[in-house]
Design a protein around this ligand. Structure first.
Ligand code: GLU
Length: 468
């Protein structure tokens, strides 16, 4: 059975990279009627952030990438939080020691520090010098008896070419002489990622380990651990490295690494998924816009391009705008309501939002563009900074007309145009002045439709207030 997983560490906000992995994992599992699960890798107690696990669930739910199995939805292969599995890792670590595939290392921090510095001076690679690999049985027993703190390191064999078999970074070969005797169990009894990931992916029956490219250098160590523990390795997929437009790494410092950023800025989860799907993958018919379900049908790990795709936020904005345009008005109303409830500056009624939807639907790229476009409909600007000379010229005609006409946008438009022509003013100049007077903005929702909603009384009041 296909079982894919994400294994986030609850060390901060949910990262967009985690969503990317989840999107691929879930798609593959769905296509093959498998399961997609979440394992919480919380063994780094120093970096543990309370509440981060819940934020991961919230993010996945928002994207519609809800998992089949996780600490909140366990099955019998759990527990799915690593901190609840310490005994399991300790047992395997001890077994490896017994079989001579791992060893106790009693080196102090200070000693390791000095060793590193010396290596740096002579420009040697920063590998552990294997002092404790050579300790005699008696010394080890003695140290254990004296309760000297220890870690457990795996023994990396000498002179081996370790062949890997990643689905997209095919057939990489690693020289074992350049691999460190990796710590697998720390002195506090917690495993490192390396031991925990191998043990868990085996016991949790992961069929495909899909993870970020930063783990590629660890891949040969993991393959050795699979061999040492006599486990059959799963398939590996190290996803391509997603970079910023300038080729730099997308790090936690970038606002858009955080999933919340997309939500706050009015992006739609379905548009983000579409955008993420296009990173390193293309639709068989070269389509740019497709649903997640469609992606699930056609996606295969082997079609991922290992060349680093660029994270182009402008493209995401464009896609998001397309999704907004194609959305039924009812649905857009729903989305706007939710968005404004969460992030809106003032409360608008459903009727108010509904009246403006047709005005803004084609003009928004993000839900956050809504308020700047319609703000003036609901609130008079505090001041007007633009010159309004054409409006001044047309004021008496305009007031007279606006007081009498039927108040709908066609009427307002045609009468305003007539006045401009009569006074030999370019109509667009007069429209612009009216826009300035009503909104103090250059860009707004369409003017005459907006005036209709603002109403005759309020329009006249605002025009008069800028002309005094
Ligand atoms: N805890 C690791 C991380 O957050 C998981 C990597 C993996 O998927 O194996 O990067």
């Amino acid at each position: 059975m296909i079982r894919t997983r994400i294994a986030p560490s609850p060390t901060g906000f949910p990262h967009i990279g985690t969503v990317y992995q989840a999107m691929l994992d879930k798609a593959y599992a769905k296509k093959h009627h498998g399961q997609f699960f979440i394992r919480i890798e919380d063994t780094d107690r120093q970096r543990f952030v309370k509440g981060a696990e819940e934020k991961i669930y919230q993010a996945l739910d928002w994207f519609g990438l809800t998992e089949d199995i996780s600490p909140r939805k366990p099955d019998n292969l759990g527990p799915y939080r690593q901190s609840e599995r310490l005994k399991i890792y300790q047992k395997y670590a001890q077994e490896l020691v017994k079989e001579g595939k791992a060893y106790y290392c009693f080196c102090s921090k200070e000693r390791l520090e000095t060793m590193r510095k010396e290596q740096q001076t002579v420009k040697k690679p920063p590998l552990y010098d294997q002092t404790c690999r050579k300790l005699s049985h008696a010394v080890i027993q003695e140290n254990l008896k004296k309760n000297i703190p220890y870690v457990i390191r795996m023994k990396i064999p000498k002179n081996r070419q370790i062949k890997t078999n990643d689905i997209i970074h095919k057939n990489l070969v690693f020289n074992s002489n350049l691999i460190d005797d990796q710590v697998i169990l720390k002195s506090d009894g917690y495993p490192t990622y390396h031991l925990a990931v191998v043990v868990d992916d085996h016991l949790m029956k992961t069929s495909h380990v899909v993870r970020g490219p930063e783990w590629l250098p660890s891949y040969p160590k993991h393959l050795l651990l699979y061999e040492y523990l006599d486990f059959k390795p799963p398939q590996f997929v190290h996803t391509p490295l997603i970079t910023n437009m300038d080729g730099s790494k997308m790090s936690k410092r970038h606002g858009h690494a955080n999933v919340d950023w997309y939500r706050e800025n009015g992006f739609l989860p379905e548009a983000i998924l579409n955008f993420l799907a296009l990173l390193g993958w293309s639709h068989p018919q070269e389509k740019e816009i497709f649903s997640y379900d469609e992606f699930c049908q056609s996606f295969d790990f082997k079609d991922l391009n290992p060349i680093s795709p660029k994270f182009n936020l402008e493209k995401l904005e464009w896609l998001n705008g397309e999704y907004l345009r194609q959305m039924p008005a009812e649905k857009l109303l729903e989305k706007l309501k939710q968005y404004l409830d969460e992030y809106g500056q003032i409360k608008l009624t459903e009727t108010q939002i509904k009246s403006t939807v047709p005005l803004v639907q084609t003009r928004m790229k993000k839900l956050s563009d809504y308020w700047p476009l319609v703000e003036f409909i609901f609130e008079q600007p505090a001041k007007v900074d633009f010159p309004i000379s054409f409006l001044k010229q047309a004021q008496s005609e305009l007031f007279k007309t606006y007081e009498q006409i039927e108040w709908n946008h066609q009427e307002i438009y045609s009468k305003t145009e007539q006045i401009a022509k009569k006074l030999a003013i370019k109509p667009v100049k007069l429209y612009m002045d009216i826009r300035f007077a009503l909104s103090n903005q250059k860009v707004t929702a369409p003017l005459f439709e907006s005036l209709e909603i603002i109403g005759r009384k309020e329009t006249l009041k605002r025009l008069k207030s800028v002309l005094v």
